[in-house]
Each structure stands twice: as C-alpha cells, then as structure tokens.
Design a protein around this ligand. Structure first.
Ligand code: G3P
Length: 478
C-alpha cells in the first residue's frame, strides 16, 4: 500500500508484515492525513538485534567521525525544513512559523551536541591512590566515558522532531545506537527527520524507527531486554514506564503545572506579556507552559486586565494561517480541557472570555478567581486555558506551587532580586525563571523536573553524560 509511510530498519524503509497501519488524524480537519506502519513485536525484536550489532562497531568509530556525520545530518535537516514543517502543521496543528522554528532549532541542537560531545568525551580523568588514607602512590586510575548500548527514545507529540533529536544526537555522539518510537501524531515528521540522518550516511542499523500502536509495541519496547537506556518525554505513561522498566537508566520529562508568581512590585506589563506567551504559545500544549498564575491580590485586577487585553488579540484558527491558537491535538484532548472548564464554571470561576469551541479548536480562555477546590487549579489542561489564583502572601503562592505533584519549572516576577532568589530556593521545581516565562531552551541549559515531572536532567551536556557510563582502568605499580 503506497499510501502508508514505511518504517526504518537496517538502513532501509520497510513495510510491516502486519499488513496493518495506524491513521494520523489532522487535528484541524479531523480527517486521516497520513498512515504509518503498525509494526509487530517480531519486527521490534529484529530492530533490537540489529541495533545491538550496529552499536558495537559505532563505538569504535572515532569521535570526530561521529561528530562529522552529525554535523552533516544537521545541515540536511535544515535544508529539509519546509517539508518537515509541513508535516508538523498537518499532524499536530503547530502554527506554520513555529513548525519551521522547531526544525531549525533541531538542526542547531544536533550541531551543538556534536561540538559538545567531542569536547566532553575527549577528556577523561587521572587519579592517584595516595590521596586516600593508608595508600602509597602505587595505583593510577584512568577514567573515560563509554556508551550504554541501545538507547530507546520516545518523544511526545508536541515536539516530534526537536524532542527526538534531543535524544538521538547525544546518544549517537556518545557511541550508542538508537531506536526511535515516535508519537503517532508527529510520526511522519519524525520519519522525515530520520530520513535526514539516513541521507547523512550513518551506518546501517545504527538508527531505527518503529511506528505502531502503543498498546501493541509500547510495553514490548520499554520492557525489551535489548534496551540499555530509555529517554522518554510525555505524560503519565512515563510513570507507568518507570515502574515496568528493567535495571536501565531512565531519563524522563513528564508533565508540569508551572506556576507564575507575580509580586506587588512586579513590572506588570512584562509579567502580562510573559503570561500570555507562556500560557498560550502552541495553544498551551507545552510541558513548560505557564499553567497557573498566582498573583498578589493588590495587583491582581491590573494584571488580569492587562492579560485579558493581550488574550483578546490572539488570533484563532488553522495552523496554516499562522494563527496563535490552533486546534488542540485530538478530540479526546479537547474533551478533557472542556471537562476542566466546566468544572471551573460549576464552581464559579470568573470567565474573562466566553467559553467557545469548534471541533478541536478551543478559544483562549483566562479564568480568574480560581480556587483550590477546582480541578484546573491542579490539573494540566494542555490547552489554551489559564487559571488565575489570587494570593495574599508570597508564602501562599509558594505553598500552592509546592503542593502540586509536579515540579518542572516555575517563574517569579518582581524587581527585588533578593526576594526572587529566596522564592526560587523555596520553589520545589527543577528550574525557576526570574522575570520570564518558563522554557526549556536554550537547549544546552540543564532541564529537569522533580516529583512527577521527571527523572534525571536533560540539556545537551547532561544528556550526553546520561547516555554514557564511567569506565575505569587501574594500573597497579609494583
Ligand atoms: O513540552 C515539552 C518541553 O520540553 C517544552 O519545551 O521549548 O517549549 O520550553 P519548550
């Protein structure tokens, strides 16, 4: 069936023997846009076997050659930004301009990783024994970083290209092989991206990409004995994976309920601009989106007015037209968001705009006077709905932030840097941004969540280190 995109194994594009496919529904038209292969467990076994073999020789390939291939892939990816961005528009309704940005950012990420890799992997340590009590200088210890083996990368729908390469590039520079399981929405963009690595000329079998239903190959992949490390970005599934995965290192970025604390002395225009950008970019479908505003009562009316004015200027419509607010990824996601909105309505939140929805398209909505008994105060809508909770003390804001099961990022707006630092220290999140909205990038910054928001740390350097293991050789002198 020529209509079904093939999966990638052994350096070739293949049809699954299942004869089945998985449809990708365009969030805007709600019609099938593309189809991908529904790979079988036998095909996953084969991929694992090939990955293991390919990794052995890749680990012996000089570091500078690995870097050279990555630079090549980065350049090819950037050359193909238009068709890949087009897929992102059709599969995940990402605004056209942001879709191009995602691909370019991914190319830059690959190049940076190649450069960083040759530096940090090009260095080891040398230790001597007589610094530890009771020892003479009779032992020399050499350390280096060795690859883990086969890395399983599972990126989410919201950045199918960028959050795939943020796993692929560090894995490869460090001498690992890689198996990619893209999200269904975004799978075709990911396949195109993999094709760029194919064109760059990586050895056969080093990179594989299997598509299919999570229910058929999801657990099979994450519990596969051939996997030596899992790097996952996504939602609750990550918690389930962490419970089932074997004794392998896990790198996980899961949800967030990033709080924005606004103090009395804040620059309210700056805060409002960041709240709108942070809360509504890609229609709120980012784990680092501002997901709750905690504002001091004395400035709340002014802030809400400013945010409201900016929300009203957001354009709503199809991603092809570069609208700010585009349809959310699926009907079930839209239904979930609507559930949160209805709950807030029932419990008397103030609607700054009327609630409006057409298909998967939900108009941006600011909810004022949200209280802790409302679901929206705690749950992640992953949509263009932003709750405002009015607080009477900084402590109240910190308490709300820390009562969350999530701990990804947070932000605080104030002109008092000392206060900002103290609040940052008190917030139980992986990152706190002072006077700006939460964000993962620049991509070499450390990126991590605590509690249900994740395991380990990402960012280019941390990901390279995480995908290696320290190896020591000790020379014993006579
Ligand atoms: O939602 C995925 C997360 O990694 C966010 O990235 O760049 O939108 O802050 P970013």
């Amino acid at each position: 069936d020529g209509d079904v995109f093939k999966y990638y194994c052994e350096g070739e594009w293949k049809k699954s023997t299942s004869g089945k496919s998985v449809p990708i529904i365009n969030p805007t038209t709600r019609k099938t846009q593309y189809k991908v292969q529904a790979c079988t467990q036998e095909e996953v076994n084969k991929v694992m076997e090939i990955s293991k073999a390919a990794q052995k020789s890749w680990a012996k390939t000089p570091l500078w050659k690995r870097a050279e291939l990555l630079h090549k892939a980065a350049a090819i990816l950037k050359e193909h930004k238009a068709p890949i961005a087009e897929c992102l528009v059709k599969e995940i309704a990402k605004p056209a301009k942001d879709a191009v940005t995602e691909v370019v950012r991914s190319g830059d990420l690959i190049s940076y990783t190649a450069e960083e890799g040759v530096r940090i992997l090009g260095e080891g340590k040398f230790l001597v024994s007589d610094s530890f009590p009771g020892n003479e200088r009779t032992k020399y210890c050499l350390t280096s970083k060795i690859p883990l083996g086969v890395i399983l990368a599972i990126p989410p729908f919201n950045y199918p290209v960028n959050l795939a390469v943020s796993k692929i590039a560090p894995a490869l520079i460090a001498g690992n092989s890689l198996v990619l399981k893209p999200p269904t929405q975004g799978a075709v963009a990911a396949l195109h991206m993999v094709h760029c690595f194919h064109l760059a000329g990586f050895p056969k079998g080093l990179i594989s990409c299997v598509t299919g239903k999570g229910s058929e190959i999801g657990d099979f992949l994450t519990m596969h004995p051939g996997v030596n490390c899992i790097s996952f970005t996504g939602g609750d599934t990550g918690v389930a994976i962490s419970k089932k995965a074997g004794m392998v290192p896990l790198q996980m970025e899961l949800g967030g309920k990033d709080a924005c604390i606004v103090l009395e002395d804040a620059d309210l225009d700056l805060a409002a601009g960041n709240i709108v950008k942070g809360g509504f970019s890609y229609s709120g479908q980012r784990c680092t989106a501002v997901k709750v505003v905690l504002v001091m009562e004395s400035v709340a009316d002014t802030l809400v007015e400013k945010v409201k004015a900016k929300v009203e200027k957001l354009t709503v419509g199809p991603p092809e037209d570069n609208c700010d607010i585009t349809p959310v990824v699926s009907e079930s996601s839209a239904n979930f968001i609507e559930g949160l909105v209805m709950d807030a309505k029932q419990k008397n939140a103030t609607f700054c705009q009327p609630y409006k929805r057409e298909g998967n398209l939900i108009w941006p909505l600011l909810l004022d006077n949200v209280r802790p008994d409302m679901r929206i105060a705690w749950e992640e809508p992953f949509g263009p709905v932003l709750p405002v909770i009015r607080i009477n003390s900084v402590e109240e804001g910190i308490h709300h932030c820390n009562a969350s099961n999530f701990g990804l990022q947070g932000c605080v707006f104030t002109k008092d840097i000392n206060k900002a630092i103290l609040i940052s220290d008190a917030m139980e999140t992986g990152t706190v941004q002072i006077n700006s909205a939460p964000a993962r990038g620049p991509d070499h910054f450390p990126f991590q969540g605590i509690k249900d928001s994740g395991i380990g740390s990402q960012g280019i350097t941390n990901s390279i280190n995480m995908m290696t293991k320290v190896k020591t050789t000790v020379i014993n002198l006579p």
